[in-house]
Design a protein around this ligand. Structure first.
Ligand SMILES: Nc1ncnc2c1ncn2[C@@H]1O[C@H](COP(=O)(O)OP(=O)(O)OP(=O)(O)O)[C@@H](O)[C@H]1O
Ligand SMILES: [Mg+2]
Length: 374
């Protein structure tokens, strides 16, 4: 068996590509593995699809080599080959390039403590009930607490994947009602400092995720610092949560303004949480939507509200999402209505043109690199 990080020696069965080349394992699948583009004397050799190569472990001169076939190659953001594993030379092993195009939805707010994490979790469950495959990832680098609120005892996180110790399937945790969670985005915080090899592993993991997930929901931190806005700019859709508190509304406006300055025509939707009356909800909605339209020339879609509710408080004390413990409560019905609105959107309408998680990671990587510059 091969493991990520192992070095390989390769000789191509093609007189055009002579000599012994070196490569490194990026990820191992059932019948194939992804390796870095082989190089000879430090220069990459772009082996074409269909080439047969003899492969040997870099440090196992006594082990017999095996024959592999190049199944696919890609160049961006780093050059990679997919090759067959021993006994797996077959045309059937090829996977379809690209996935169904997962939509990335970031849940955020200007002011902290307005209910983002609570809403992200309950909304994710409500969306799962609509037969969507949902994955929730905690990208709040300050106070990551999705783990705690769902009583998950996650042993691994993205940093284990990036170190090559675990694969995506080992770090994803099953939550309630089919919801899947990628715990603690410790690894994503360092995205700007990843080696090519680690970055490639991340891309590979998100490519796998793309096959299994319709919506990726990001629970972000609050505010306009780059470690939050980078995720918002890279996401397809941003859900801004506010409460009727004037400070929260002002901060929500400041966040939307910042987002508009960072990205042309961002797809922003508003949720008002902890609403006590219809009049209150109506006033907050009108003020915020009008200000965005008049001063920012940015139309914002209103997604809905969630009532101030003792059920929510109680469910947090019981560490059980309120859509599960109190499914008939007003708050749960509000969340179900928001989920229906979100689910009704045709994916093509909101997904960035270059679809899916690959674009999301590429954008995020570029933004993090830029904001890491002195
Ligand atoms: N609809 C609601 N009714 C009553 N209480 C609520 C409601 N929504 C949220 N809360 C309360 O607000 C508190 C903060 O919620 P939560 O942790 O989800 O906010 P957050 O925006 O994720 O905070 P942070 O900015 O720290 O990440 C929770 O403890 C919860 O009790
Ligand atoms: Mg939170």
């Amino acid at each position: 068996m091969f493991s990520p990080g192992e070095t390989l020696k390769m000789v191509a069965n093609n007189p055009l590509y002579r000599g012994t080349m070196e490569s490194r394992v990026v990820a191992v699948n059932r019948t194939s593995m992804i390796v870095t583009m082989p190089s000879r004397d430090g220069k990459p050799v772009f082996l074409p699809v269909g080439t047969i190569v003899r492969v040997q472990r870099g440090d196992a001169a006594l082990e017999p080599p095996f024959q592999a076939e190049v199944l696919a190659r890609e160049f961006k953001p780093v050059a990679l080959l997919t090759i067959t594993l021993p006994q797996a030379i077959s045309r059937g092993g090829r996977s379809e390039p690209g996935g169904r195009g997962t939509r990335v939805i970031a849940v955020t707010s200007g002011k902290g403590g307005v209910g983002k994490t609570t809403l992200a979790i309950n909304l994710a469950i409500a969306l799962s009930r609509l037969q969507l495959r949902i994955c929730l990832i905690d990208v709040d680098l300050g106070t990551a607490n999705v783990d705690f609120l769902l009583r998950l005892n996650a042993s691994y996180n993205l940093s284990h994947l990036l170190k090559g110790e675990k694969e995506l399937k080992d770090i994803i945790v099953e939550g309630p009602e089919g919801l899947r969670i990628i715990p603690g985005a410790v690894g994503l915080a360092d995205l700007a400092n990843l080696s090519d090899w680690q970055y490639t592993r991340l891309i590979h993991a998100f490519n796998q995720l793309e096959q299994e997930c319709d919506l990726l929901i990001l629970d972000t931190g609050a505010g306009i610092a780059a470690n939050v806005t980078n995720f918002l700019v890279a996401a397809d859709t941003v859900l801004v949560v506010t409460t009727p508190d004037p400070h929260a509304i002002l901060d929500a406006y400041a966040l939307i303004k910042t987002l508009c300055s960072l990205k042309q025509n961002p797809n922003i939707k508003l949720i008002i949480n902890r609403v006590e009356s219809y009049e209150e909800e109506n006033q907050v909605k009108r003020n915020l939507l009008n200000s965005c339209r008049s001063f920012l020339q940015q139309p914002i879609e209103y997604l809905g509200w969630v009532t101030e509710s003792a059920h929510v408080t109680r469910s947090i004390r019981d560490i059980t999402p309120f859509v599960i413990s109190y499914p008939r409560s007003e708050a749960a019905l509000c969340v179900a209505a928001i989920a229906r609105k979100l689910a009704a959107v045709k994916p093509e309408a909101e997904r960035e043109k270059e679809k899916g998680l690959r674009r999301f990671i590429d954008d995020l990587f570029g933004l993090l690199k830029k904001s890491a510059l002195p």
